[in-house]
Design a protein around this ligand. Structure first.
Ligand SMILES: [Zn+2]
Length: 254
């Protein structure tokens, strides 16, 4: 079994038997990896394995579908400011829970890796609660899009009519994966009414370079609206168990 090296984010870490930890990583090269770190509990190395989220360089023996074995790990970023702020930390834990419950297979997706790392760095440096909330909104949009669910916002997802200010009575459909024009809105009776400026804002965030997000200000009422539409879209596409949804709500309630 060959030793593999990769950069990784710790998604979760918990006690496994007496002195070991079971760690869920999201890695740059292999996607999700569940691995055992043997005999590390109670040693000076424990914090390197037990802190999540954190960014590490990881050496491991990879074992197909079985649990992999950690050889060693070097801490690259512990996101200290993120761990000192309850709202930042609860947002990060929400992201981790979403990833852990949604991504089960070990398959490389470097775009998702960089999205996660950039989001944690943004949370680490967020200046206030409004920025933290906007980072979470943008993460969810980009995450859903990366997984292939959409939302697709440039054209009506049924007839491909270009979406613009001139089109009245737009609907937002989770089932169809994006915006429906008035003609096509009967395709999904559960779709939500949405106005064009909100579609445009959602589209802007979806395509925004993460580094530019720190400077952006979005008023509270628009952040609330965006969250409502994104949660409706997420609940349709991500088959989270009731238990996970409850814990997400608890985390978000902080
Ligand atoms: Zn249409």
């Amino acid at each position: 079994m060959a030793l593999a090296r990769t950069n990784a984010l710790i998604i979760q870490s918990k006690r496994f038997r007496e002195t070991s930890l079971l760690i869920v990583y999201y890695t740059l090269n292999f996607g999700r990896i569940d691995a055992i770190a043997k005999g590390v509990v109670g040693t000076r190395k424990t914090p390197v394995f037990h802190l999540f989220p954190s960014y590490v360089e990881l050496f491991l023996y990879k074992k197909g579908n079985a649990l992999s074995l950690v050889s060693s790990s070097e801490l690259l970023d512990a996101f200290p400011k993120l761990h000192q702020d309850l709202r930042k930390l609860s947002s990060a834990l929400y992201i981790l829970e979403l990833v852990k419950e949604t991504i089960k297979e070990s398959e490389e997706n470097s775009s998702l890796f960089w999205l996660l790392l950039e989001s944690f760095k943004l949370l680490e440096n967020a200046k206030d609660d409004a920025s933290t909330e906007l980072i979470l909104i943008t993460f969810q949009l980009k995450f859903l899009k990366l997984l292939g669910y959409g939302p697709f916002l440039d054209n009506c997802v049924v007839c491909q009519e270009k979406i613009g200010e001139n089109l009245p009575e737009l609907k937002f459909s989770a089932k169809a994966g994006g915006i429906l024009c008035r003609k096509c809105s009967q395709e999904d009776r559960d779709s939500l009414v949405i106005n064009y400026p909100l579609v445009a804002l959602m589209n802007y965030l979806l395509n925004l370079k993460p580094s530019l997000l720190a400077r952006l200000k979005v008023p509270l009422n628009l952040r609330k609206e965006l969250t409502k539409y994104i949660e409706y879209f997420r609940d349709y596409h991500l088959p989270l168990e009731q238990k996970s949804l409850e814990s997400l709500k608890l985390i978000r309630g902080c």
